[in-house]
Ligand binder design. Structure first.
Ligand code: ADP
Length: 505
């Protein structure tokens, strides 16, 4: 039967099979070719493997139909079975691979979905562009606001500010520049800076300018250099200039700050004139006090001598009241002598040339104690002197300071109390603090500064002798040593007088 099979078929049915199978074969075979063509056009496609399998599967299907045509005449069932088996294997494999690819394939956007996504993406891009634009606008307005602020500061600056390019021309000036130099800015911009410089300075300026740009470091031209600015009306005024540089490669700028120091210069001149006058007046006064007290001494000595003579000779001839009067006269004259001597000392403490030498401070203290010997004994005072440093001082002047301070410490003691005085010194490095401590009556706080003034006393001369000059002299001498003097005290609790002396000279 293998060969006779087709003879039982009606011819039209036979040809129906032949034509149909042929068409199926042609179609099936064309599909892999189309796929090959497609793959060639889209080499990057991810589903390559599946397409190859699918192509193989379709090819195999086509082949089964080809075999069917052959079978119509030859009944090659073994060959047909083999081809079917191959087709089956390819079909099953393709089916499995396709199934496995479903999750992956599901991700591939459908055209509609893709369009939606595209739209969303487009909208996102638009929104971003919009945001970017807003941000840029914001930044720009911020920048403009910042610039406006800067410009406002620049304009409001109390100094004339000028920016100058390397060719020496003015590129930017503020309002104060217009005011200081009397020009409108339109008359300055683009003009050489020489326009604002008096002719006699122009040469030096032009010679110096390239150097400024070669070494662009900030510079200051102080008022004492005698620099001047040139006003539009031809007048000149003293200036102080500070020069700065703006780092801008290719376009370096110098920024000049010009201060009109007319008023300052005038004030300084006035001050030094007053100072000269003051020094002169002070010297005159000192001279006067010196000579007056010196000249007063002689007649006073005469008054005192004759009064004392009178007291001795006419004592018995006078009645009690007259003797008392005479005693007051002698006493008053003696006080006047002390006063005049103190004034003379005061005047000398300022005018006498000082003799600074390195000595132990114990030396002026001992000298003062020797001068105060009688007062110390009378008051039964105890004076303790602690170790004192070696310093460069005028020992003679310092003796007066110690004599005043220790003398006061003994003098201003409560009745019936024996004075305890101690002298010591401490250092804080740069200077020494010398102190004289007592157990006296103390000083009310409101007087602790006043007592250093001339003739300032808290007790009447009748009660406690003195002229109110001692502390003034002490202050003057300490200040000549570049030191300070002050007192720490509590009324009834004693006083500590401090003064400083420089440690190194
Ligand atoms: P004087 O001793 O001649 O009065 P000073 O100038 O030395 O003049 O002193 C001024 C005044 O300061 C004194 O009159 C006294 O009232 C007060 N004073 C000075 N030293 C002391 C002291 N150690 N204790 C209390 N008071 C003092």
């Amino acid at each position: 039967m293998p060969h006779g099979h087709c003879f039982f078929w009606e011819p039209d049915i036979l040809w129906l099979h032949v034509v149909s199978d042929s068409l199926i074969v042609a179609s099936y075979y064309s599909i892999p070719l189309t796929l090959l063509y497609f793959l060639k056009k889209r080499p990057g496609l991810r589903l390559n493997g599946l397409i190859v399998m699918f192509g193989g599967f379709i090819l195999a299907c086509g082949t089964t139909h080809l075999i069917s045509i052959w079978d119509l005449w030859h009944s090659a069932y073994r060959l047909e079975g083999l081809v079917k088996a191959i087709t089956a294997a390819l079909s099953v494999a393709t089916a499995i691979v396709t199934l496995k690819l479903v999750p992956e394939a599901a991700k591939i956007a459908m055209p509609e979905e893709a369009a939606n996504m595209n739209l969303a993406l487009q909208q996102e891009i638009e929104a971003r562009k919009e945001a970017e634009k807003k941000l840029l606008q914001h930044l720009e307005s911020e920048r403009q606001a910042g610039e406006a602020r800067l410009r406002a500061y620049f304009e409001a600056a109390p100094e004339a500010i000028l920016a100058m390019s390397a060719d020496g021309r003015m590129r930017l000036v503020n309002r104060q520049t217009e005011e200081t130099f009397g020009y409108d800015r339109s008359e300055l911009l683009g003009q050489p800076l020489e326009k604002l410089i008096p002719a006699r300075f122009r040469g030096a300026y032009s010679a110096g300018r390239p150097g400024f740009f070669d070494h662009p470091v900030p510079r200051k031209f102080h008022g004492d250099l005698g620099l001047a600015g040139l006003h539009r009306d031809g007048s000149e005024f003293p200036v102080e200039i500070s020069l700065n540089f703006l780092e801008d490669p290719g376009n370096p700028m110098a920024l000049a700050l010009v201060t009109d120091i007319t008023r300052r210069t005038r004030a300084r001149a006035e001050l030094s004139r007053l100072n000269v006058e003051l020094v002169q007046a002070n010297a005159d006064l000192q001279q006067f006090v010196g000579s007056a007290s010196h000249d007063l001494q002689e007649p006073l000595r005469m008054v005192i001598s004759y009064l004392q003579l009178l007291e001795r000779r006419a004592k018995d001839a006078l009645d009690e009241t007259s003797r008392e009067f005479l005693h007051f006269a002698v006493d008053g004259a003696a006080r006047m002598r002390t006063l005049i001597q103190d004034l003379l000392r005061l005047s000398r403490s300022g005018t006498q040339p000082a003799d600074f030498r390195q000595v132990s401070i114990e030396q002026p203290v001992s000298a003062a104690l020797a001068n105060l010997k009688i007062a110390i004994e009378e008051a039964q005072a105890r004076v303790t002197v602690n170790p004192l440093p070696n310093l460069v001082v005028d020992a003679g002047l310092l003796t007066q300071v110690f004599q005043n301070l220790i003398g006061n410490a003994i003098k201003f003691c409560a009745p019936g109390v024996s004075p305890q005085v101690s002298v010591s010194a401490e250092t804080s490095g740069a200077e020494w603090d010398v102190s004289v401590r007592d157990n006296g009556i103390g000083i009310p706080p409101e007087y602790t500064e006043r007592i250093f003034g001339l003739f300032e006393r808290l007790q009447s001369a009748e009660k406690v002798s003195g002229s109110g000059v001692g502390l003034t002299i002490a202050k003057k001498i300490v200040e000549r040593h570049r030191g300070r003097i002050w007192v720490e005290s509590t009324p009834g609790g004693g006083s500590v007088f401090h003064f400083t002396l420089p440690g190194k000279r």
